[in-house]
Design a binder for this molecule. Structure first.
Ligand code: GDP
Length: 453
């Protein structure tokens, strides 16, 4: 441990009135410092992981009755000496307590400083530290699972495998360099190329998983698209079981996009109802709505294409789909208002899910189908999903550099040059785990944490 270990303090629980608040300290001498304002047993003489009842005093004034937990380095989250004071959750008490500690020479912690110290002291790598932030922010079962897996080192393990392949690669090139004068080739360049391609495949899988990772973190975006009056707003309401969108029989009333979220099978879905799409329009506001729809589509995971079964032929529906520019986009085709037509007329619409948004018929199977589509997405294959934009960026950089290595191999470039490219491919991976970082990158990452974390 060679970085600054000055004692820091922060409220670890949310601001405001609560039953209990926890004030957290870490750094050199924190147990002794708390001991000076604590009336109870001598905290400096206690074993790690013990809890002590006593009173916090400011001179003769009693501030609060508290429980103090002791953690002796390196057996704490930060691997430094640490103390947690559980006091009553009154802002006045918390403020008094923190002021008292500051008067003893303790500094108020910066956002994420506890986690940053844990990282700097080798508790976990950077990808795991970032997962701590994701874990706190997780608001669905899958987001929680992914962050937890990453915090436990799942992603780091996948990266370690990649780096091992790179190092093996570099070692082979270097070996050949050492014997360059003797003009022996230790390596079959074709083998090297094979290895590079295998690594790129792994990188690709991780890069592709980001779409899923992002969806898990932000919610899976489903855009409801279709001509005016097909029942988009009604469907959105039905899905959300509340009146979010204004349902109206006048064509083109849903002029803006309306959103709502829904948890299905542990995944958060964000449904977006778009303005009624039409091929051409003379209504300016409608045109804006269509523009918005295009933007929504570009961000969406899947589009739910809705048609009105009561007034549309299959042929018309398929033509509209093309005219609306939906071709090639991941689609879920849904035929609405099945209650208005005899069941024999449903037959032609084979690739469609049949529903009646108004009565709720077919909504269950529709939800199941949405979940099934998500489950089909390539999630890992390496057991890991990339959720973090910074990681995504570094993986892409690594891949680009590795592609340069392959070109170099094809062009029979010298080993020295290949090693340079190989190192450029390795570097971004080190930046993910934090083996190679700058103070700037660290500052950027940890400043996004909340205070006390
Ligand atoms: P949007 O323009 O696509 O958003 O369509 P709306 O949700 O506003 O619905 C247009 C009209 O179709 C409204 O009068 C709805 O009540 C009606 N509607 C929607 N879904 C159904 C359905 O499943 N069955 C029937 N019979 N009418 C429906």
């Amino acid at each position: 441990m060679n970085h600054n270990q000055d004692p820091i303090v922060a409220l670890a629980t949310p601001q405001g009135v609560s039953a209990i608040a926890v004030v957290r300290l870490s750094g050199q001498g924190v147990i002794g410092i708390v001991n000076q304002i604590f009336r109870g047993s001598d905290l400096t003489q206690q074993a790690s992981h013990t809890i002590h009842f006593g009173v916090i005093q400011k001179g003769e004034a009693k501030i609060d009755e508290v429980l103090v937990s002791i953690f002796i380095a390196p057996h704490s989250f930060t691997k430094e000496d640490a103390v947690e004071i559980s006091c009553h959750g009154a802002p006045f008490i918390v403020t008094q307590l923190i002021q008292l500690l500051v008067a003893q020479g303790v500094r108020i912690a910066e956002p994420g400083e506890f986690t940053k110290r844990a990282f700097l002291n080798g508790r976990f790598d950077l990808a795991q530290a970032e997962a701590v932030a994701d874990l706190i922010a997780a608001d669905s079962r899958l987001a929680h699972q992914t962050a937890f897996h990453q915090m436990r080192g799942g992603f780091s393990l996948a990266l370690a495998g990649l780096r091992k392949s790179f190092r093996h690669f570099a070692a082979m090139l270097a070996l050949e360099l050492d014997f360059a004068e003797e003009d022996v080739a230790f390596l079959d360049r074709a083998d090297l190329k094979k290895l590079a391609h295998a690594v790129i495949e792994t990188l690709n899988r991780l890069i592709d998983s980001f779409q899923m990772g992002n969806a898990i973190k932000q919610g899976v975006s489903v855009v409801i698209v279709g001509k005016p009056n097909v029942g988009k707003s009604t469907l959105l309401n039905r899905l959300l079981e509340e009146e979010r969108a204004i349902v109206s029989p006048i064509a083109g009333t849903t002029r803006d996009t309306i959103e709502g979220t829904l948890h299905l099978g542990g995944i958060r879905f964000r449904f977006v109802d778009t303005a009624g799409l039409r091929e051409t329009t003379s209504d300016g506001i409608e045109a804006i709505g269509i523009e918005r729809t295009k933007i929504q589509l570009s961000k969406a995971f899947v589009a739910l294409y809705l048609v009105d079964l009561s007034n549309t032929s299959l042929r018309q529906a398929e033509e509209d789909l093309i005219a609306l520019g939906l071709e090639g986009f991941p689609l879920l085709k849904v035929g609405n208002k099945m209650d208005l037509i005899p069941s024999a007329d449903l037959e032609p619409f084979k690739g469609y899910l049949w529903i009646a948004a108004q009565t709720g018929k077919g909504i269950g199977p529709l939800k199941d189908e949405l979940l099934r589509q998500i489950a089909q997405k390539p999630t890992d294959g390496v057991g890991t999903i990339v959720v973090n934009a910074r990681h995504f960026d570094r993986l892409q950089k690594s891949k680009q550099a590795l592609e340069a290595v392959i070109i170099g191999l094809e062009q029979k470039r010298s080993n020295e040059l290949l090693v340079v490219d190989l190192n450029s491919a390795l570097q971004p991976l080190g930046e993910i785990t934090g083996e190679i970082t700058t103070e700037e990158v660290l500052g950027d990452i940890f400043s996004k944490f909340c205070i006390g974390k």
